[in-house]
Design a protein around this ligand. Structure first.
Ligand SMILES: [Cu+2]
Length: 165
């Protein structure tokens, strides 16, 4: 029975790997510049070439004497109003889990910093919208959606069988 369990585990892991189920990623906001108002970083540019998925993590690194991180709703993001944040982070090395789909808006709550560009809009998209559809743009999203679902089915099936083997 042990061999069957092992091979089922290998098969299910292999299916998940082959079909491109992406592993959670950790993003340091602004890369080495971190979370700053000094103008070296265009945070919309920084976010624009990344694909954020549920399960990914953001890390905000900054000097907490001069900055903080306020997660706000869309109006607060647009108007740089941090008076009713959804969440506030002040450690200086803050980890934020992206737990659901949709927009996450973050601004610095210090006066003038958001206006100076210390604000970021993170769009968490479904894991199926991978950037690898250059080869056949018209059909690949449908097929990758299918294969991704299939791989999850196999993965779930594999673990289910493991539990009862
Ligand atoms: Cu700031």
């Amino acid at each position: 029975m042990a061999n069957l369990r092992k091979s089922m585990l290998v098969v299910s892991l292999l299916m998940m790997a082959l079909c491109g189920v992406s592993m959670p990623a950790v993003y340091q906001v602004g890369d080495s510049a971190g979370w700053t108002s000094m103008g070296q970083v265009d945070y919309q540019d920084w976010a624009a070439n990344k694909n954020f998925h549920v399960g990914d993590t953001l890390v905000f690194n900054y000097n907490n004497q001069f900055h903080n991180v306020k997660q706000v709703a869309h109006p607060g993001f647009e108007s740089c109003n941090a008076t009713s944040p959804i969440a506030t982070y002040t450690n200086g090395s803050d980890t934020v889990a992206l737990e659901k789909l949709g927009h996450f808006y973050f601004i610095c709550g210090y006066p003038g910093h958001c206006q100076a560009g210390q604000k970021i809009d993170i769009l968490v998209a479904p894991a199926t919208s991978k950037p690898n559809h250059a080869a056949s743009p018209s059909t690949s999203s449908a097929s990758s959606l299918y294969s991704s679902n299939l791989s999850w089915t196999w993965g779930v099936l594999g673990f289910f069988l493991l539990g009862f083997a």
